[in-house]
Design a binder for this molecule. Structure first.
Ligand code: ADP
Ligand code: ZN
Length: 618
């Protein structure tokens, strides 16, 4: 149906302001909305936090009938619906966690035109469709987490493949597939499987400039723990997720953090469903601050105030890493991503990749991940180039940009290590080689007679941590290889022999344990609303922000909803900066829609007025 663009845009902006309190669409959001309102299919690729939901929610509100939103996780549908309802948007879900009576009532309301968005799982949708009234108007199908339909994606769900029938049965209803996974094979597969070959693809930049990136190499468990505790203390009460590679380490870490009086809980696939659901709920409601999880945690969690993510071990690909760190800072406020990385991680992941079905792809993915971890140039540039985006400047918000590493001549150190490897007859792993260099008295070193080698103890002046760091660089420079099929023994390459015989020099990036890299305090974002308040003083904005956070938590508890559903961190930050004291001013804050204005202006402005009075501001 052709439409009048200007009129449609006005109408859409009106809804955006009324329901969400926002003044502008992001550029791609508007393109998608217009495209779908013309009756076309679309594939939407945006990073987590990129604003995908608006692309189908606004068309749903603009159109007659009801939009069907397909999403994979039952446990989260309720949250998504509640968040919409909190903004006054008529949304609902039909699923097996509600009674069939409740489900019937919702379907009736839908027929009566009282519901604009229905959230449902793919399998449920397929069974429901047969019984739905023939003349019922579906405005569009939004397929969220659409990569689940592809075997090439990282989260294949067989139930998703049934969605291929939608286009045949509803040729005139637009289909919108949405995902945060960018790679081309998956994208093509989505179009093919949904039978929407003509769909236009919309891609936004995958950059998430608000996330500070940091990698710490070669810290042992004790050092990692100290680092994490300090990191969490710096993040004073803010929510975060720590990803570990095994269930056991998730549990152990949560216990240890509890020992430091940190409110942490484990989450992994081995726990009973009910326990997992409780942990997830407590996290969403800010009753648990830290989750120690295997990768089973986080998909589809819309919580916008996750402020940091830690990887206790290196993930196996950049896609995984990017998805996981993307769960922080969805509201666009500063967030922190920290990854630990060690020789042990690499060896373990290599072994897994070697024995996996798709060996060469997986090894290549791992190699790219390693390059990122070992980067001596801006990390964000590496990430963006991985997603085929060009960037012509350093980001200024990663640890490499914060402290560019010093290059040192590593030839002598490399010669020590490589000759030690050769002298063992290439029958030792990295631990033994470092022990030899450091002159360790460990039993097996003595038993093997390694203490008689000329290289025994020549590297005493460096710590284990330093040696591990340099060994890793040697591995990446290709000076030796790890024989995964031969007890992980080290084998010197031709390139390595060139170094041993003085035919080639090597450079290392110097190892300095810097301690936690403190992100530079980002320029506090300028208030996006300026109402005329004269030359009013604002005082300590952070202290007001913390007070508003407490108020939000209290309101959330008394209303039985998640704090971020009341207002996002970003909105609270704007409030703390702009300090509205009247209803009119409160309504000008970006992110305050009509429903929330009515419900919350009084309690928030009262608190702001009190705070200003007790701080003697006028
Ligand atoms: P995604 O589904 O892509 O991860 P969301 O749809 O959850 O992202 O949006 C991320 C955040 O950005 C949410 O807090 C949302 O309210 C906010 N947002 C979306 N569109 C806009 C907009 N046009 N202006 C301001 N904020 C927006
Ligand atoms: Zn950078």
């Amino acid at each position: 149906m052709p439409h009048d663009t200007a009129a449609l845009r006005q109408q859409a902006l009106g809804l955006l302001k009324q329901f969400y309190g926002y003044d502008q669409f992001y550029p791609t959001q508007w393109q998608v909305i217009e495209h779908v309102m013309d009756g076309n299919d679309a594939v939407v690729l945006m990073p987590t936090g990129g604003g995908k939901s608006m692309c189908f929610q606004i068309p749903a509100l603009l159109s007659a009938g009801c939009a069907i939103v397909v999403t994979p996780l039952l446990s989260l549908m309720q949250d998504q619906v509640e968040a919409l309802r909190a903004n006054g948007i008529p949304a609902a879900t039909v699923n097996s966690q509600q009674s069939e009576g409740e489900n019937r009532t919702i379907i009736e309301q839908m027929y009566a035109g009282h519901i604009k968005l229905l959230y449902i799982s793919p399998e449920r949708l397929l069974t429901e469709l047969d019984s739905w009234a023939k003349d019922f108007t579906i405005s569009l199908f939004a397929i969220d987490e659409a990569h689940c339909i592809s075997q090439w994606g990282h989260d294949f769900r067989p139930e998703y493949t049934q969605l291929s029938v939608l286009k045949e049965r509803f040729p005139d209803v637009p289909i919108m597939a949405l995902t945060a996974t960018a790679d081309k094979i998956t994208r093509d597969d989505i179009c093919e499987q949904l039978h929407i070959a003509g769909a236009q693809t919309f891609i936004t930049s995958f950059d998430r400039p608000n996330i500070h990136l940091e990698v710490q190499s070669n810290l042992n468990d004790r050092q990692r723990l100290a680092h994490i505790v300090e990191f969490i203390e710096r993040h004073n009460g803010e929510s975060g997720i720590i990803y570990t590679s095994t269930r056991k380490s998730a549990e152990k870490l949560a216990k240890k953090l509890q020992g430091f009086a940190i409110n942490a809980q484990p989450f992994h696939a081995g726990m009973p469903t009910s326990v997992k659901q409780n942990v997830q709920r407590d996290f969403i409601n800010d009753d648990v601050q830290v989750i120690c999880a295997t990768i089973a945690f986080g998909m589809g969690i819309d919580k916008s105030n996750v402020r940091w993510v830690i990887h206790y071990n290196m993930p196996k690909s950049i896609e995984n890493y990017y998805q996981e760190i993307g769960r922080s800072g969805r509201d666009g406020e500063p967030a922190d991503a920290l990854m630990f990385y060690s020789f042990g991680d690499v060896v373990q992941l290599m072994r897994q990749a070697e024995s996996s079905g798709q060996q060469s792809i997986n090894l290549e993915k791992l190699r790219r991940m390693q390059q990122y971890a070992e980067a001596t140039v801006c990390r964000r540039r590496i990430l963006l180039s991985y997603f085929s985006e060009r960037s012509d400047h350093d980001c200024g918000n990663c640890d490499v940009c914060d402290n560019p590493p010093k290059r040192i001549d590593g030839t002598t150190l490399a010669q020590m290590a490589l000759s030690a490897i050769i002298r063992t007859g290439e029958h030792a792993g990295v631990t033994a080689v470092v022990d030899i260099l450091r002159g360790s008295r460990r039993n097996d070193i003595i038993e093997q007679g390694y203490d008689k080698l000329p290289t025994y103890g020549v590297g005493r002046h460096l710590s284990y941590t330093q040696w591990n760091h340099y060994m890793l660089q040697m591995l990446h420079l290709g000076l030796f290889e790890v024989a995964y099929n031969d007890a992980n023994h080290l084998k010197v390459t031709d390139l390595g022999r060139d170094v041993v015989y003085g035919r080639r020099k090597v450079e290392f990036s110097e190892f300095v344990w810097r301690g936690p890299s403190k992100p530079k305090k980002q320029q506090a974002s300028q208030p996006e609303v300026i109402f005329n308040t004269g030359d009013r003083q604002v005082g300590d904005v952070n202290s007001l922000y913390n007070e508003l956070r407490e108020l939000r938590l209290w309101l959330a508890r008394t209303n039985g909803v998640a704090p971020y559903m009341i207002f996002s961190d970003k909105v609270l930050r704007l409030m703390a900066q702009a300090q509205p004291t009247t209803k009119a001013q409160f309504g000008l804050i970006n992110g305050v829609g009509e429903v929330k204005l009515e419900r919350f202006w009084a309690v928030f402005t009262r608190r702001i007025i009190q705070w200003r009075a007790s701080n003697h501001l006028d």
